[in-house]
Design a protein around this ligand. Structure first.
Ligand code: PHE
Length: 471
């Protein structure tokens, strides 16, 4: 029935198809593509990781993407933009709106620490610009610089000398996010992504070209060996459940699926706007950035200069310690260092914007607040959370804890909720009808069947496996 009507009947919305695709791709392409993916692939079988990775993409990622796009636009056409509202349109039960709560909590909590890493990236870019990060060869300096910059070696408070510059950086990045989000979906998010994504692609391609044309290192390691280190398959990894877990976790994180973000973004579409091709395009752009750019830059470059020790560097170690060593040795390293960290910053801010919008939409819709009040309230809550992360940032404990509970457990729960809503509450026949409205491309029927039967079972299996792994 179309009885339920949201508050937001004259919504702010996307002004072009390219705009919404770039905004969703902006959400998807982020630190996950350039830092998380290479680390996961190297740790889980190298080239062999791509097998579970692409299976997860086809079985979980793309089907759930389409379900989120379709449900979001459906809710939007009834005047709802927040996940609780959208879910209540799909399942007419008074309990349905509570199922949307994880879709608000996940982006909000991730924002609290993601914005800190975003500030690291901008800080590093500026330090390359000023030349302060050209410390010469030697792994130690960069580790020290990093610890000092992020406050990991201080007593853990915001106000020690080491991380005062970080504090300013976080404040600036925080303010920029809120300025953009306050301007709204079209004037803020869309217009920013239209500039930031092409710029990010140019920066990434420059760094990639530089890496792929690097001469052999003085230690004798060649680029070929470096690519081999990243990509030579270790098929034994396929027998470990952890590899499959890591692959599906990476797909969720990277595509921004299971976060309730696509539901919100798609709710700003018009009724006849295509979701099938747009969803596929945004997902493909993400895969290009992840496999082609993320997969060929980070680890190969680090291996070439540092050798096999890069395998043990960890996600942040790779980006913030190993790569500065690489830039120190390569010709025009200062320029490429700047391009790399500026590119990471752009990737991060287009993602963090997408974490704020779902919550803003909920404040407006659920509590009837005006945009300035919603933005102020969200600013207050997220600043408190972010302060908490910074305050306890020593050794990055707070960051890891948040990332584990929200990034591992809650995402799978929300993805399960969404597949059940689409496959069972809405039903795949209705679902297909809704998704195909305005679309030239048809979703294969087997994808619908997967959403109804395979995805929920797969997700429950992953959930149990991940709990067993962590207990
Ligand atoms: N997909 C983003 C990345 O790859 C991360 C992200 C998480 C974005 C949650 C939005 C919401 O970095």
């Amino acid at each position: 029935g179309a009885k339920a009507r949201g508050a937001n009947l004259v919504p702010d919305g996307w002004t072009s198809r390219l705009g919404v695709i770039l905004a969703v791709a902006g959400s998807a392409v982020g630190l996950g593509n350039f830092l998380r993916f290479p680390g996961q692939a190297a740790a889980n079988g190298g080239g062999a990781f791509l097998i579970p990775y692409f299976i997860s993409l086809l079985v979980l990622g793309i089907p759930l993407c389409w379900a989120e796009w379709a449900m979001g636009r459906y809710g939007g056409s009834r005047g709802f933009n927040s996940a609780p509202g959208v879910f209540a349109c799909i399942w007419r039960h008074r309990f349905a709106k509570y199922l949307g709560v994880p879709a608000l909590l996940i982006p909000l909590v991730i924002y609290m620490y993601y914005v800190v890493i975003e500030a690291w990236c901008l800080g590093y870019a500026l330090n390359y610009l000023s030349g302060d990060l050209m410390l010469g060869k030697g792994a130690d300096q960069y580790g020290q610089f990093f610890n000092n910059f992020v406050g990991a070696d201080s007593d853990g408070t915001l106000f020690t000398a080491g991380n005062r510059s970080l504090l300013w950086m976080v404040l600036g990045v925080f303010a920029l996010n809120f300025v953009l989000i306050y301007r709204g979906v079209a004037k803020g998010i869309e217009s920013f992504c239209k500039i930031a994504i092409p710029l990010m692609a140019v920066c990434a391609l420059c760094v990639l070209l530089r890496v792929l044309t690097l001469p052999a290192h003085e230690s004798g390691r060649t680029l070929n060996e470096a690519l081999g280190f990243m990509w030579n398959p270790d098929f034994s990894a396929l027998w470990k459940p952890d590899t499959w877990l890591a692959a599906s976790g990476q797909i969720f994180f990277s595509l921004s699926v299971g976060f309730g973000i696509i539901v919100n973004y798609a709710s700003y579409l018009k009724r006849k706007d295509d979701v099938v091709l747009s969803g596929l395009t945004a997902a493909s752009m993400n895969e290009f950035f992840e496999v082609c750019l993320g997969g060929l830059i980070t680890i190969p470059a680090a291996f070439l200069f540092l050798g096999a020790t890069v395998g043990s560097q960890g996600t942040f170690g790779l980006g913030f310690n190993a790569l500065p060593n690489v830039f120190a040795e390569m010709p025009a390293g200062r320029l490429f260092g700047f391009l790399w960290f500026f590119m990471l910053f752009l990737a991060a801010i287009t993602s963090s914007l997408s974490m704020l919008q779902p919550v803003i939409a909920f404040f407006e819709e659920g509590f009837g607040l005006k945009r300035p009040v919603s933005a102020a309230l969200l600013g207050l809550i997220s600043a408190l959370g972010c302060g908490f992360v910074l305050y306890f940032s020593k050794g990055m404990v707070a960051l890891d804890t948040f990332d584990f509970w929200v990034g591992t457990a809650l995402i799978v729960v929300l993805a399960l909720i969404q597949s059940l809503l689409y496959g069972w509450a809405l039903g795949i026949e209705r679902g297909a009808q809704i998704a195909h409205e305005g679309a030239k491309l048809r979703i294969p029927h087997v994808v619908q069947l997967m959403l109804k039967y395979v995805v929920p079972v797969y997700l429950v299996a992953i959930f149990i496996a991940s709990l067993r792994q962590d207990l």
